[in-house]
Design a protein around this ligand. Structure first.
Ligand SMILES: N[C@](CCCC[B-](O)(O)O)(CCN1CCCCC1)C(=O)O
Ligand SMILES: [Mn+2]
Ligand SMILES: [Mn+2]
Ligand SMILES: [Mn+2]
Length: 301
């Protein structure tokens, strides 16, 4: 099987500079060769260039910031991901902020309509254009994918193709009040850091898979936001939250998902090399690459 590295230098879903440099740092850290060394055939068509829309041509829609830029980029990413998937390749999307998941998961669901989504994150990213406080669309992709974002003509292309019983979260610890309500109202399974402390990561991954993939026969799209990890493990990210996953817990999730043999798409999001000192950047980029390798089969023995 082959992997397609999709570099998405994009930061329109949030306000901090630098997250668009995530992909280049990951590729420059040698990710391509690392995956070839695991036995994958790897294609990398270069980082995608998204033509900017100037601020004055992209005023907020309601509270949403950079809405046209985010929509346009995510639409482009959806077709890139679905094209790779249609060719039987495993897209590894490097972000870039997590609003890109509207594109990555949208693309996956076009080709694998029965795919389940494992969302590893400190945050639920399920605000609607109404409930958002920040207006940052990286806090909203899941509501669009579920079709609960309301009628936003600019995002009409996003099909409500994700079903609530095909989505599960691991690592939550910073969920807004409205998001908690939305999770409850939609019966969405979520394993917070509390559940991880209670059961241990091994049991949590098993329970998460039981929730969305009970017969272990559905394709898996893993959307991994590095801020799910503790900030001491992955410091260079835009919305760090203390009390996160250890290095091993993060890797265990990826290793266990590889073991299912069902992984068909991977997002590695929110690495922001512009936010910290060189050593913190190197550490975060290195952890990002290591997680990708773990999800693609790098084993400890
Ligand atoms: N829920 C937040 C954070 C979204 C993080 C996106 B991710 O996971 O891709 O990094 C936070 C909103 N929060 C409201 C209270 C005051 C602080 C910000 C939002 O902006 O919607
Ligand atoms: Mn840089
Ligand atoms: Mn996220
Ligand atoms: Mn997050």
């Amino acid at each position: 099987k082959s992997v397609a590295i999709v570099g998405c230098p994009f930061r329109g879903g949030q306000a901090k500079l630098g997250v668009d440099h995530g992909p280049i740092h990951m590729v420059e850290a040698g990710l391509e060769q690392q995956l070839r060394d695991l036995g994958w055939e790897v294609r990398f068509d270069g980082h995608h260039q998204f033509e900017q829309i100037s601020e004055e041509n992209d005023p907020p829609i309601g509270k949403m910031k950079n809405p046209r830029f985010v929509s346009q980029v995510c639409k482009a990413v959806a077709s890139v991901v679905s094209d790779h998937a249609r060719r039987g390749q495993l897209p590894v999307v490097l972000g870039g902020d997590h609003s890109l998941a509207m594109g990555t998961i949208g693309g996956t669901l076009e080709v694998y309509p029965n795919a389940c989504v494992i969302w590893v994150d400190a945050h639920a990213d399920i605000n609607t254009p109404e409930t958002t406080e920040s207006g940052n669309i990286h806090g909203m992709p899941v509501s669009f994918l579920l079709g609960i974002a309301g009628n936003e003509p600019e995002f009409a292309w996003v099909k409500p193709a994700l079903r609530a019983n095909r989505l599960v979260y691991i690592g939550l610890r910073d969920v807004d009040a409205d998001e908690k309500r939305i999770l409850r109202e939609n019966g969405i399974k979520a394993f917070s850091m509390h559940e991880i402390d209670r059961h241990g990561i091994g049991k949590v991954v098993e329970l998460a898979l039981d929730a969305v993939n009970p017969n272990r026969d559905l394709p898996i799209h893993l959307s991994f936001d590095v801020d799910a990890l503790d900030p001491t493990v992955a410091p260079s990210t835009g919305t760090p939250v203390r009390g996160g996953l250890t290095f091993r817990e993060g890797h265990y999730i990826c290793e266990a998902i590889h073991e299912t043999g069902l992984l068909i798409a991977l997002d590695l999001m929110e690495v922001n090399p512009g936010l910290a000192d060189a050593e913190s950047v190197r550490k975060t980029v290195s952890v990002g690459c290591s997680l990708v390798r773990a999800a693609l089969g790098e084993a400890l023995l």
